[in-house]
Design a binder for this molecule. Structure first.
Ligand SMILES: [Zn+2]
Length: 109
């Protein structure tokens, strides 16, 4: 599995080395290519959206408020990007998901 290699680690800006990301995920991803799976306590490659399928590595909680990693890569990516704001306690993402759910556009299919 190739990593998407950050420019700061001599990655290219070829299209196949780029991935769309919101600002928040992009900043939290920084130049990391790996993370620690909190369950097995091992360093694994982060999810690569160019080569892997989201649904193979993540699932929504039944209330639609949390992304749950279902593989080492999924769990390490959730943790590294703090996808549920567990370490960024302003609650913004939980509030946003709740709102999106109320207006019927969340969780995405
Ligand atoms: Zn994001």
């Amino acid at each position: 599995m190739d990593h998407i290699q950050p420019r700061s680690l001599s990655g290219s800006d070829d299209l196949d080395n780029l991935a769309f990301a919101c600002r928040r995920c992009n900043e939290r991803r920084y130049n990391f290519t790996t993370g620690i799976d909190p369950e097995i306590k091992q360093e694994v490659a982060l999810f690569n959206p160019r080569q892997q399928k989201w649904a193979d590595h993540f699932a929504w909680s039944s209330d639609g408020l949390r992304i749950q990693g279902v593989t080492p890569t999924g769990r390490a990516t959730c943790d590294r990007l703090d996808m549920n704001d567990d370490r960024h306690a302003n609650g913004f993402i939980q509030t946003s998901r709740q709102f999106w759910r109320q207006i019927g556009i969340h969780p995405p299919q």
